[in-house]
Design a protein around this ligand. Structure first.
Ligand SMILES: NC(=O)c1ccc[n+]([C@@H]2O[C@H](COP(=O)([O-])OP(=O)(O)OC[C@H]3O[C@@H](n4cnc5c(N)ncnc54)[C@H](OP(=O)(O)O)[C@@H]3O)[C@@H](O)[C@H]2O)c1
Length: 275
């Protein structure tokens, strides 16, 4: 039996994209799950899919933009499995659009889903983890939170906030038995918000698979790493350069095709630079 077998996890964003891949791998590692998302039918299908694994699978619908539903989600998860040892903040919202065209409601939903929900769910579940000196908060952020993402500024800003919050908490909780990890994938192919755009990322920017993201989650559970990057290409040097010179990093990112590629993903690429 491995050291995570028999643990209980709450996974948000389980209904589509990368979430089901994380769910499958955690279940295969003997972790009991509460699967969450807004789409009850998807939760039902996934839990039926995972029935053959010898773990408990429960579901709990919640809209993470409704702050009142967060406490209910955490309470339902705890009552379903008795305790939650691992929180995986995976749900996320992204839109590639010139900022001046992004609807205020969409900006608000992005902040609530990508930042407020993970912070508040953690705040609700953390005291019991600390009382047991055992727990793990894993948040799926993004390379977009480490390297700026033009035409996805609200997304990039929220993922940067999530990453810095997570690293701060990792430092704060050293020695308590509660671990904190951010997983930062690059463009994910095969499933999820980027794959749905139906485009390949330029080779220079790299990509990864949903399976690799799920493997990073399992790797996180067996370590005390504050951050795991999941991307095949040279984003680390770009990040290092950004810390020395954001302008030089932006220019290099531009040369690598980042700006042109993201502009091409906006709904009206031709006028992405205009008011
Ligand atoms: N795909 C990529 O290329 C990529 C790259 C880097 C990082 N990431 C991050 O990886 C995570 C998963 O991304 P993905 O590609 O799997 O996204 P996705 O396919 O769009 O799925 C998003 C998940 O979040 C849930 N969700 C969204 N808004 C919600 C809300 N208001 N309340 C409750 N649940 C909500 C969705 O469930 P319902 O619709 O059922 O509510 C769905 O399960 C995200 O945090 C994303 O930022 C993705």
């Amino acid at each position: 039996m491995n050291q995570t077998s028999g643990k209980n996890a709450l996974l948000t964003g389980a209904t589509g994209g990368i979430g089901p891949h994380i769910a499958r791998l955690l279940a295969a590692n003997g972790i009991n799950l509460v699967l969450s998302g807004r789409r009850a039918d998807r939760l039902r299908d996934l839990s039926a899919d995972l029935r053959s694994e010898s773990v408990r699978i429960e579901t709990a619908t919640a809209d993470l933009t409704r702050m009142g539903e967060l406490k209910d989600l955490a309470d339902n998860a705890v009552s379903a499995l008795g305790r939650i040892d691992i929180l995986i903040n995976n749900a996320g919202l992204e839109e590639v659009v010139p900022y001046q065209r992004q609807a205020p409601d969409q900006i608000q939903a992005t902040v609530l889903t990508n930042v407020m929900a993970p912070l508040l769910l953690t705040r609700i579940l953390l005291p019991a983890m600390l009382a047991r000196s055992d727990g793990h908060i894993i948040s799926i952020a993004s390379i977009a939170g480490r390297l700026a993402m033009p035409f996805g500024s609200a997304y990039s800003g929220t993922k940067a906030a999530l990453s810095e919050w997570s690293l701060s908490l990792w430092m704060e909780l050293q020695g308590t038995g509660v671990k904190v990890t951010t997983i930062c994938p690059g463009f994910v192919t095969g499933a999820g918000m980027f794959a749905r755009k139906g485009r390949d990322a330029p080779g220079s920017l790299g990509s990864c698979t949903p399976e690799q993201v799920a493997e990073a989650v399992v790797k996180a559970l067996h370590s005390n790493k504050p951050e795991i990057l999941v991307n095949s290409m040279p984003v680390r040097p770009l990040m290092a350069l950004k810390s020395i010179s954001p302008v030089a990093a932006a220019r290099l990112g531009d040369k690598m095709g980042l700006v042109a590629f993201l502009r091409s993903l906006t709904k009206r690429p031709d006028d992405a630079n205009h008011n």
